[in-house]
Design a protein around this ligand. Sequence first.
Ligand code: 4NP
Length: 155
Amino acid sequence: MKILMVCLGNICRSPMAEGIMQAKIEKYKLSAEVDSAGFEPFHTGDAPDQRAVKVMKMHGIDISAQRSRLFRKSDFDRFDRIYVMDSGNFNDVKSMAASPDQMKKVDYILNILHPNSNIPVPDPYYGGEEGFEKAHQLLDAAIELVAVELTKGVL
Ligand code: 4NP
């Protein structure tokens, strides 16, 4: 199972989601891979936001080696599941899809907890550190369930 986490800048939410997923892969010894990508080129090649790195470190996960990259059309072929954080990301991914079929791989990450409700993981970029803590809390709960479903073979 190859999973791609997507947000806008690929420096806050999706790097956190990638780090959490990687930790669950190790915790549950899953044969899965995870990567992350974004749509805003301003931070391409950058490490994650310092606040994201700090909050993740407080939760025992080092994401400082990640580098921001843009989503590309080939990601639809390379990944089995593509998780987005909010409706902006969903529409950005949709704008790159060659067919409606490709969108079957795409879902809001919090829909694993709240099916079909399309609840966003709020963008913490313009706020304080508490927004990053909130993002961690939401993502950890959702990704724990992704991992458990993978262990059961139901995802
Ligand atoms: P992210 O947050 O999508 O969670 O990585 C953002 C980071 C940077 C920008 C937007 C969102 N930006 O426009 O620079």
